[in-house]
Design a binder for this molecule. Structure first.
Ligand code: PLP
Length: 473
């Protein structure tokens, strides 16, 4: 019978393992501290395994404590830890703007602009004509005004910051009126009542969840009111017996009372979505022309740029925000400016925007194109499974990211049926997630769905290899 104490004594020491050939070889490729940590962690996990199994001598006998075996595990761990934490992966979910998977991808020209500026000094805050100190916002402001018709623009870190800065500047210690139907929560951490409280503005709720009328707002306007706020319900729709007030009507009411109307648009669409067979999504320029005094939206949702919060509107209000110390705290960096400027330039010609910005290219991919690509991939994947288990099926992709919540984009995913197979669907999905590169896909009961809308052509080969490897492991 094996005594666990003697096994603990048998465990090789750190120094002994560092002399193992596999470890020595790895020391030439990876930082020493990484390997040392991996060796210590591996020994600790063996120690824990022995202690956990001390009551079961049969199991203890099976533990291989040879230095070679433990060194091999330590090396594997060091290699895993030596890989980047944040890394590219294949999104086969068909959700185009997937917040957990990095939201929107940048257009090629935006990536180029970003890397050029990252590796070189640049004119971030200098006017090249005069040699005087400039503002980093200059690079974006005229483009944003040109595209939207706004008087002024200010860009901060993200839309949550944009909403916060707007409320803090315009309404701290004052009342802001919002419909009960628009007290949204986005992605768990952005909630209108909370962000408003944090900004110092007092929330005045009007109407009901499904119906709010102009007279509801009107009744609550008083000498303490600082603004009316309209929030786009980006990630849900209230259907049935509903009533909301248009931007036009709200702005008229606001202006009659000398108040600004703030509109949080969320996704920031500059293109008419109906033209591409999608449900209507309010456009930035329409809100401004309907009378909104300030609009805010994200840079990395439907706009298809980098993470940013864009504030557009009346010059006096935007100038006030610029002077707020919080604007300095939320300021965007040069990489974001470079990528956002390049993205916005594409919008000068809608065809360029739709053709080159990945979000728009993916959203507008024809179902027939997806079907053909899926058939090809299905043909290649079929050889790794039992006959009849891989098929192209009818389904739908989503825009995601709190945009167009009820849009179903017709799609033809590849379905892999794993019922009664050697691997369960959840197991194969887990293996794919842990692969290099990781593959994320949709699981539907015993089936895995691969939606190629969000997979680019160059990734198809990697995807096939990833499935092959996951099946043979
Ligand atoms: C997404 C969203 C936000 C938050 O924007 P971030 O860029 O994620 O900070 C705020 N308001 C609305 C309506 C949104 O849809």
């Amino acid at each position: 019978m094996t005594d666990y104490r003697s096994l603990l004594r048998e465990l090789p020491a750190v120094d002994r393992l560092l002399k193992e050939p596999a470890v020595e070889e790895t020391l030439e490729r990876l930082p020493r501290r990484l390997i040392l940590q991996a060796v210590q962690d591996t020994i600790a996990s063996y120690r824990a395994m022995i202690i956990d199994n001390r009551a079961g001598p049969a199991r203890l006998d099976e533990i291989d404590l040879s230095p070679g075996k433990i060194a091999e595990e330590a090396v594997a761990l060091a290699i895993r830890k030596g890989r980047p934490g944040l890394k590219p992966l294949i999104n086969a979910t068909g959700v185009v703007i997937h917040t957990n998977l990095g939201r929107s991808l940048l257009a090629g020209s935006a990536v180029e602009a970003l890397s050029a500026v990252a590796a070189s000094y640049n004119n971030l805050e200098i006017f090249l004509e005069s040699g005087r100190r400039g503002s980093r916002q200059e690079h974006l402001e005229s483009l944003l005004c040109e595209l939207s018709g706004a008087e002024a623009a200010l860009v901060v870190n993200n839309n949550a910051a944009a909403v916060f800065l707007t409320l803090h500047t315009i309404a701290s210690d004052w009342e802001v009126i919002v419909s009960r139907g628009q007290l949204v929560e986005i992605g768990g951490s952005f909630r209108i009542p909370e962000i408003m409280a944090a900004s110092g503005a007092h929330l005045v709720e009007v109407g009901t969840t499904n119906k709010t009328y102009l007279r509801d707002y009107e009744a609550m306007v008083n000498e303490n009111t600082a603004a009316l706020l309209k929030v786009h319900t980006s990630n849900y729709h209230i259907i049935g017996f509903t009533a909301t007030v248009s931007t036009e009507d709200l702005s008229r009411l606001a202006h009659r009372n000398n108040l600004p109307l703030i509109e949080d648009l969320g996704s920031g669409v500059l293109i008419d979505t109906c033209k591409y067979g999608l449900p209507a999504e309010p456009r930035v320029q329409d809100s401004l022309s309907a009378g909104a005094d300030v609009v805010t939206f994200s840079g990395d949702k439907m706009l298809g740029g980098p993470q940013a919060g864009i504030i557009l509107g009346r010059r006096d209000l935007v100038n006030h925000m610029r002077k707020n110390q919080l604007a300095r705290i939320m300021r965007i960096d040069k990489l974001t400016i470079a990528a956002l400027e390049a993205t916005l330039r594409l919008y000068l010609d809608e065809e360029d925007a739709v053709g080159q910005i990945p979000v728009w290219r993916m959203i507008t991919t024809a179902p027939e194109t997806l079907r053909k690509r899926s058939e090809q991939i299905a043909g290649r994947l079929a050889e790794f499974f039992e006959p009849g288990k891989v098929a192209v099926v009818e389904g739908s992709s989503r825009v995601g990211g709190g945009a167009l919540p009820d849009a179903e984009l017709p799609a033809y995913p590849v379905a892999i049926d794993l019922q009664d197979g050697p691997l369960s669907a959840a197991e194969l999905a887990a293996r794919l997630r842990l692969g290099e590169p990781p593959v994320i896909l949709r699981l539907q009961q015993d089936k895995l769905l691969i939606d190629l809308r969000t997979v680019n052509g160059e990734q198809e080969e990697e995807l096939v290899l990833a499935v092959k490897k996951a099946c043979s492991d």
